[in-house]
Design a binder for this molecule. Structure first.
Ligand SMILES: [Ca+2]
Length: 274
């Protein structure tokens, strides 16, 4: 009887240890082994809460919606610009069709919306001028014409451009915030980071968004921090390729060798653990 009770106690202890181990595992940043460094700040602990690794050959429409077709800036956003390459990447193609210059956009609007945390994408930038890739965090209240945008203020949130890039200065990336003041005035604040070789291979672009500030990272290195226009509402992720109006800073799409490609290996969102 005593032995049976001892066995029972040992079984209970073993079960408890398994439970505790399981609990501990969920308390650290869980990254699939096959994928690469997400560029998370290493001095903090994280929990992955949402991700798309872009495996397979079809866009996961439970996570993303394709935008378009519609005309914007110097060209078009069309759904057919979006594909998966079957090798773990989302591809946004910039191309010309019937005299129209086309790019594409996907967003997680109404499918995944969240506030704060570390939002990161691993991307390979395109090469050609006249169009610009971006990974950004948006709010539907910021869309021109929305009832909230006419009033402005904190209910609109802030457009957080984690990365934007233009070919005219190929070693430069931009982090930018766009928001609407109370009363409806639109404002922006940005930062340029010079990173030689940024168009070679894949890089991680991330932002840690806290109630106090934004801290931007490229390949895990801090590039900018600001406490301006911190959003306190849930927002969604966007990946896009827009055609620019021809300009000195964006170049001219008519001179670009097309098609050109913006590739994304993953988008992940982490919550910071206390
Ligand atoms: Ca991938």
């Amino acid at each position: 009887m005593a032995n049976a009770r001892l066995t029972l106690i040992m079984v209970c202890i073993a079960a408890l240890m398994v439970m505790l181990k399981g609990k501990d595992d969920t308390m650290s940043a869980q990254v699939p082994e096959k994928t690469l460094d997400p560029g998370l700040p290493r001095d903090k602990r994280w929990r992955l809460i949402w991700a798309d690794e872009f495996e397979g050959t079809k866009l996961d429409e439970s996570k993303w919606s394709r935008a378009g077709p519609y005309r914007v800036f110097g060209g078009w956003i069309v759904p057919e610009a979006i594909s998966l390459d079957g090798k773990g990447h989302l591809v946004i193609k910039t191309f010309e069709k019937d005299g129209k210059f086309c790019g594409g956009m996907v967003s997680t609007a109404k499918k995944f919306e969240h506030k704060y945390g570390f939002w990161v994408a691993r991307c390979k930038l395109p090469r050609e001028e006249g169009h610009f890739p971006a990974f950004w965090i948006w709010s539907s209240a910021l869309i021109p014409g929305s009832p909230e945008s006419k009033v402005g203020g904190p209910k609109c949130g802030t457009e957080i451009d984690v990365v934007e890039w233009w070919a005219v200065k190929p070693n430069r990336i931009h982090h930018t915030l766009h928001w609407i003041e109370r009363g409806g005035e639109r404002k922006s604040l940005g930062h340029r980071a010079e990173i030689p070789g940024i168009t070679e291979g894949f890089h991680t672009f991330g932002v840690e968004w806290t109630p106090e500030e934004y801290v931007f990272y490229v390949d895990g290195r801090e590039t900018w921090r600001t406490s301006v226009a911190v959003s306190h509402i849930k927002q969604f992720a966007c990946l896009s390729e827009h055609i620019s109006e021809p300009s000195e800073w964006a170049g001219d799409i008519r001179k670009a060798k097309l098609p050109d490609f913006f590739m994304v290996d993953f988008v992940r969102v982490y919550e910071r653990l206390k």
